[in-house]
Design a protein around this ligand. Structure first.
Ligand code: BES
Ligand code: ZN
Length: 934
């Protein structure tokens, strides 16, 4: 399931931002009681600043309501009668303003105006609040525990004995703290928090900070008081009341780490503890800043909309993102858990300690956290070979960024739906790839010392895009600069890029070209003798150079690109920085081949001339290990991207992967196989019988050796295990008889033992899929789904169930997902995607989405991961003009709600891409296959 989430995330994408109604003049906006609301903007005024929140909260797990009070110490910067702050779906019982001695400013009950469309309230103080003074705002409030996955929400789980238990947990990022308490809910308003929580005797309460003391307050209730927090943004606050069990350990630096889960899953928490201890110790060293809190909790919440959340000191996770059962979870499950922990712990610095000023720069959080997943795992868990997956991160970003509907890494976002949509593949994956390019450019040491400087400079405070670029390079004296130090000269304001043969590079200008404009560059290379003629243009997948819109789409696009290349005659990589549209490089000698973008460390695609591609194809055929596995994978990727863009013929790309028979590295192998498989999936859904049949035959013939070589076990290194998982799943999906036989056999023995024998974890999903193809197998798996206590196992059952070729069964699954009891609502988006990618289910899934749109939007708010995955997961299965029209019509019919969503444009542009691909390549594919198979 986690892989599925990752895939969905890659597929997912966005579009352009509309400016919100933040500029309407004051006075036009009416509060709910008909009086004018004193503030007209979506963002809060800056003249009232929260300093310290004292929060008391009491969730009642029987009535499913919570009550609370908050006393907020505020600084007033301008004289005013009004305090405007955020509040959403809360009933405010009382509001008062106190002076610095905590005396009431007025004996009247203060009136509270509500302005729901901006999720704001305003409190009127009869006495002017004067600039420079300190006041306290005191509010009492209450609400039902939220039903979804935001704010202070209800979660439930079932014990083995069948009893349902309730817990209450929070998820605030980006804009839901205001659903749990009235607050100044913007990242710039950092404050201290002192939290108290009331609970019954059979529960525990958790918050960001350690427990300070517990007081018995009568009526069988206890009040837990937590230590005062460090200065932080409201979206990082968290509190939970539950009855979980835990394991704890301590880092070398004395931080207490605890993993919590529902009691019966306690034995699945041990791996996470080990990983968290090691990763936290790594980050303390790498960032050269100690983790500032005394404790860090990691807790698996049974109902969770995202993958995980980095609340300071109390990180929350989906069960599949934290729990690991050595007997049941696979190698990739383990990798996933480790990466998620690596991600959330990185946020304790990138995000929590230093926070973006506003959501337009959320990539400063998410791009870094995504990139640190790779940096930390490579250092701490080299055996997990996380670097095998890094290129996939960039390929995912490129998929989005090569369509016109992409957006710059930093882009405008004002209202909650727009902000929510910023958490996309551009912020995460393109962000990470740009940082990777930068790290290779600056060297590991240069990069590390730069980010240490950035973290120190902005700790407990907020930063923007430009602050990062300013911090990365240290400033130095004229002498140091001239001596070749890697620094900004205090007088010259340029960087001495000693690695670039004396060229002076303005790093900020360079990085702006990657973060403030959308898209990915295409480098074209023509070789004549020792000369390389290089050009850059914007890479677009749908529009060809002879298209009338080509020029306007290219206009103004220019990147500063750190180029690297290797040749047949060099054993080290050469570098050149390209800051113009075109350039000429001169090689030292005549060479047989040139490969640009070494290891694909740069974020650009390369297109060679005819001879260039020939030479590389030949090189792969006769001596593929002359290139690194990343170079091989990136050549395959570039070639097929260029095919999609209509710049290279499909024949050439297929010839290039002709060498794969002798490929032994899983990354290029899976890259090539992945393309063939994705064409197969598209053609199969279009019911093009001859090509479907021939392509399947060809793939099975061509990759037969690799398939036959696989054992049905958990032996080997992580990379072997990943290859096995993918290859055997493909073989059985293609009905390869030896695969089906083996899987059937394993399935039967598993059923005979009533699930007691453990299947090899990496192939268990394939085994279940084969088992799910008949009525009794399907029913048995559904029954097992209902009783399993392991979420990674359940996700494998679900994907098997959704692979059935019986559409009634698929409908039943969707219904169960909608109902939310047997199949939890949190799993509905991935279930819809699973059904949509099944050839029997793709219309079914789409019809389901149309029919239940309103209910779906209620469960998964506009802009959320959930709704985006549902849209992209269903729509991108289409590849005909009729289907495109159908999709467009549907979105037009609900346009009011969705017109502001980027994801609609992204999804429809992906369908256009599919249509284009088929019209360009179908015949070529047909002939090519006929030639190979006859
Ligand atoms: N900060 C995010 C959680 C989040 C996501 C909040 C979207 C608001 C909107 C968290 O750090 C995160 O990135 N979670 C990922 C999982 C992670 C391993 C990439 C997620 O939820 O998918
Ligand atoms: Zn994150």
């Amino acid at each position: 399931m986690h892989l599925l989430l990752v895939i969905l995330f890659f597929l997912e994408a966005q579009f352009c931002v509309q400016s919100s109604d933040s500029n309407s003049p004051a006075g036009e906006n009416l509060a709910t009681n008909g009086l004018p609301f004193p503030w007209s903007k979506v963002r809060l005024p800056s003249y009232i600043v929260p300093v310290h929140y004292h929060l008391l909260i009491h969730p009642n797990l029987t009535t499913l309501r919570f009550n609370g009070s908050v006393k907020i110490e505020i600084d007033v910067k301008n004289n005013t009668n009004w305090v405007v702050l955020h509040s959403k779906n809360l009933k405010i019982f009382t509001a008062t303003v106190l002076d610095e001695h905590e005396a009431h400013l007025s004996d009247k009950v203060l009136s509270v105006l509500e302005y729901p469309s901006h999720e704001q309230i305003a409190i009127f103080s009869p006495k002017i609040l004067t600039s420079g003074e300190k006041y306290f705002l005191y509010l009492e409030f209450g609400a039902p525990l939220s039903d979804g996955f935001y704010g202070f929400y209800k979660s439930t789980y079932k014990t083995k004995a069948g009893e349902t238990r309730v817990l209450a947990s929070t998820h605030f990022e980006p804009t839901s703290a205001r659903m749990a308490l009235p607050c100044f809910d913007e990242p710039i308003f950092k404050a201290n928090y002192t939290v108290r929580i009331r609970r019954g005797p059979s529960h525990i309460a958790l918050s960001n900070m350690p427990l300070e003391q517990t007081v018995e307050i009568g009526n069988g209730l206890f009040e837990d008081q937590f230590e005062v927090s460090v200065r932080m943004s409201s979206y990082l606050l968290a509190f939970i009341v539950c009855d979980f069990r835990s394991v704890s350990g301590m880092t070398a630096t004395g931080i207490n780490i605890t993993i919590y889960a529902v009691p019966e899953k306690w034995h699945q928490t041990h791996y996470a503890l080990e990983a968290a201890l090691r990763l936290l110790e790594f980050y303390e060293q790498y960032f050269n800043i100690l983790y500032p809190l005394p404790k860090l909790d990691l807790i698996a919440i049974p109902d969770f909309q995202a993958g995980a959340m980095e609340n300071w000191g109390l990180t929350t996770y989906r069960e599949t993102s934290l729990l690991y059962d050595p007997d049941i979870s696979s190698a990739s499950d383990k990798l996933w858990v480790t990466m998620v922990i690596g991600h959330e712990l990185a946020h304790q610095w990138f995000g929590n300690l230093v926070t973006m000023e506003w959501w337009n720069d959320i990539w400063l959080n998410e791009g870094f956290a995504r990139y640190m997943e790779f940096v930390s795992l490579e250092a701490v868990y080299p055996e997990l070979k996380v670097e095998d997956h890094f290129l996939d991160t960039c390929f995912g970003a490129i998929g989005r960024d090569s369509l016109n509907s992409s957006r710059p890494i930093s882009s405008l976002a004002e209202n909650p739906a727009q902000i929510e949509e910023m958490f996309d593949t551009v912020s995460y994956d393109k962000g990470a790839c740009i940082l990777h390019m930068l790290r290779n450019f600056l060297t590991n040491e240069g990069f590390q010392s730069g980010i240490i400087r950035y973290l120190h400079r902005f700790k407990y405070s907020n930063a923007r895009n430009e602050d990062l670029w300013d911090s990365l390079i240290k400033t130095c004296s004229e002498e140091e600069f001239t001596a070749g130090e890697y620094c900004y000269s205090s007088t010259q304001a340029t960087k001495n890029a000693y690695r670039f043969a004396g060229e002076h590079i303005d790093l900020k200008k360079m990085m702006y070209t990657w973060t403030l404009q959308k898209g990915i560059p295409l480098i074209t290379v023509k070789r004549q003798g020792r000369k390389l003629y290089i050009g850059q243009e914007r890479f677009l997948k749908i529009v060809l150079p002879d298209d009338p819109s080509w020029h306007s789409l290219q206009e103004g696009y220019l990147w500063h690109i750190p180029l690297t290349y290797k040749t047949s005659h060099s054993d080290y990589e050469m570098k050149h920085i390209l800051t113009t549209k075109s350039d000429v490089l001169t090689l030292d000698e005549e060479v047989d081949w040139v490969k640009l973008n070494s290891d694909m460390n740069g974020y650009y695609i390369v297109h060679y001339d005819e001879e260039g591609w020939n030479a590389l194809t030949e090189l792969l055929r006769i001596n593929h290990t002359a290139l690194s596995f990343k170079d091989r994978a990136s050549l395959i990727h570039n070639a097929f991207q260029l095919v999609t863009a209509g710049r290279l013929s499909l024949n050439r790309a297929l010839d290039l992967i002709g060498y794969l028979k002798s490929e032994t590295h899983n990354v290029p192998l899976l890259q090539g196989l992945g393309y063939l498989q994705s064409f197969y999936k598209m053609i199969e859904k279009r019911n093009i019988a001859d090509i479907t049949h021939n392509l399947k035959t060809y793939i099975l013939q061509y990759f037969r050796d690799v398939i036959d070589k696989q054992s049905w076990s958990d032996d080997g290194m992580v990379s072997d295990r990943r290859l096995r998982e993918e290859v055997l799943s493909l073989a059985c999906d293609f009905d390869y008889p030896p695969c089906l036989e083996k899987a059937k056999h394993l399935y039967n023995s598993w059923v005979e033992s009533n699930g007691a024998i453990s299947l090899p974890t990496d192939v268990s999903e394939t085994v279940y899929m084969v088992g799910a193809q008949d009525d009794s197998g399907w029913a048995y798996l559904l029954e097992k789904y209902g009783v399993s206590m392991c979420e990674t196992e359940k996700s494998k059952f679900l994907s098997a169930l959704a692979s059935s070729k019986d559409s009634e069964k698929l409908s039943r699954l969707l219904q169960l997902g909608m109902d939310g009891t047997l199949i939890k609502t949190q799993n509905l988006p991935s279930l819809i995607y699973l059904v949509a990618k099944n050839p029997v289910g793709h219309f079914l899934a789409w019809d389901f989405v149309k029919k239940h749109w309103d209910e779906l939007v209620e469960k998964f708010p506009l802009g959320s991961f959930g709704i985006r995955n549902i849209i992209v997961g269903t729509v991108t299965q289409f590849s005909s003009t009729e289907e495109l029209r159908e999709v467009e019509n549907f979105f037009k019919s609900i346009t009011e709600q969705v017109s502001e969503l980027r994801v609609i444009q992204v999804a429809t542009e992906n369908v256009e891409k599919n249509i284009m691909w088929l019209s360009r390549n179908l015949e070529t594919m047909r002939t090519w296959l006929q030639q190979r198979l006859n």
